[in-house]
Design a protein around this ligand. Structure first.
Ligand code: ADP
Ligand code: DP6
Ligand code: CO
Length: 358
């Protein structure tokens, strides 16, 4: 092995927002969920993670920086992703740079990882999804792992559950899976980003502050204390998943919007049913819901769907550009950024596909 080389790979991955939510694990270590979920992958030019991973014989330990600050790699999640990709690493040769790594070298080599989110971290905009999907994708390229995105999805899942869905563009389903080792708990694409390309997504960044209860802690407490979660996972979600897949395939906006709003509201109801209750939405979030509900009701058919992850920020999905323009007009009138609400910005984007910047 040559002494002073560095091999580097950079990747960029968009975040995804669930329209049928994942909330609750049946296995905490492997990150196996209690129900299937469906999400839409956002446009990487708006909300995305960029991660550079590097390997060099001069590195003496694995290290990670998030948004410029070094973070600890202890705790199982980063270790699980690194272990799984290392186990699949292959030979790498770069004659120009004089790099030759054979399979067994990967056990001794250390990596440095630097990641940057271009949107608020840990604020309920799925930073863990874009973050771990990007990390696993970049590490796989660095180590020349030959796995396809489906297999990488099952690895990204072990970093953060929602991350398994960010390996694909368009609408994506995470099958909860049945087998004990979790190998069938991975994401599949429902339709690609071109299937329903007139949808427009507007994100209202109500607060970019870090949430008080992380998704991991929140869902653990829900599993331990909420009876409503059992009903949701067993009775409600399986039926909604079938209807949502149908609505997406048929581009049936009315059903899509009805299911999306209902599922977001039930997810937050389950948080409220947790002991002690978890409040992810705030007053501004509730006022945005009322505004959309009134509008949809007045028109007699849904114009816009809303969904809120584990945070107060609203993800609004408009049927087309015309409705999106009307929505933005309403939002800017009723919720002007930096007014007496704590709303600070709007992000507008289309759906999009994973881009390999490797
Ligand atoms: P969010 O709603 O933003 O997904 P979570 O509570 O689910 O919030 O997860 C936040 C955690 O995800 C962070 O504390 C960090 O550990 C991890 N994370 C966020 N961004 C990245 C990234 N780019 N690379 C690796 N891990 C990340
Ligand atoms: C509300 O994937 O962030 O965004 O698996 O513990 O990392 P961990 O949790 P995470 O949970 C996401 C919850 C959600 C809904 C969703 O994305 O499906
Ligand atoms: Co998350």
């Amino acid at each position: 092995m040559a002494e002073k080389w560095v091999r580097m790979v950079t990747a960029q991955t968009p975040t995804n927002i669930a329209v049928i939510k994942y909330w609750g694990k049946r296995d905490e270590t492997l990150i196996l969920p209690v129900n299937d979920s469906i999400s839409v992958t956002l446009d990487p030019s708006h909300l995305c993670t960029t991660t550079t991973v590097a390997v060099s014989p001069t590195f003496d330990q694995d290290r990670m920086w998030l948004n410029g600050k070094e973070i600890s790699l202890s705790g199982g999640r980063f270790q699980s992703c690194l272990r799984e990709i290392r186990a699949r690493a292959c030979d790498v040769e770069d004659k120009e740079k004089g790099i030759k790594i054979v399979k067994k070298d990967w056990d001794k080599l250390h990596v440095h990882m630097a990641s940057y989110n271009n949107f608020p971290t840990a604020a309920g905009l799925a930073s863990s999804a874009a973050g771990f999907a990007c990390l696993v994708f970049a590490l796989a390229k660095l180590m020349n792992a030959k796995e396809d995105n489906g297999e990488l999805s099952a690895i990204a899942r072990q970093g953060s559950g929602s991350a398994c869905r960010s390996l694909f563009g368009g609408f994506v389903k995470w099958n909860m899976g049945k087998v004990e080792d979790g190998s069938d708990s991975r994401a599949v694409q429902v339709v690609d980003d071109k299937h329903w390309d007139d949808l427009v997504i507007i994100i209202a960044v109500v607060s970019s502050r870090q949430k008080e209860t992380s998704s991991t802690t929140g869902m653990r407490e829900t599993v331990e204390t909420s009876l409503l979660l059992q009903h949701r996972a067993k009775e409600v979600v399986p039926k909604r998943i079938i209807k949502m897949e149908e609505a997406i395939k048929n581009r049936d906006f009315a059903s899509f919007a009805q299911l999306t709003c209902a599922d977001s509201n039930q997810f937050h109801a389950v948080c409220l049913d947790t002991s002690p209750p978890i409040f992810y939405m705030n007053d501004t979030s509730h006022r945005i819901i009322s505004c959309i509900e009134k509008w949809n009701c007045c028109e007699g058919t849904p114009q816009v769907a809303y969904t809120f992850d584990a945070g107060p920020n609203a993800v609004l999905i408009a049927q087309n550009r015309k409705t999106a323009a009307q929505l933005l007009q309403k939002l800017l009138f009723f919720f002007p950024p930096n007014s007496d609400t704590d709303l600070n910005s709007y992000v507008i984007g289309d759906k999009s596909i994973l881009k390999d910047a490797g």
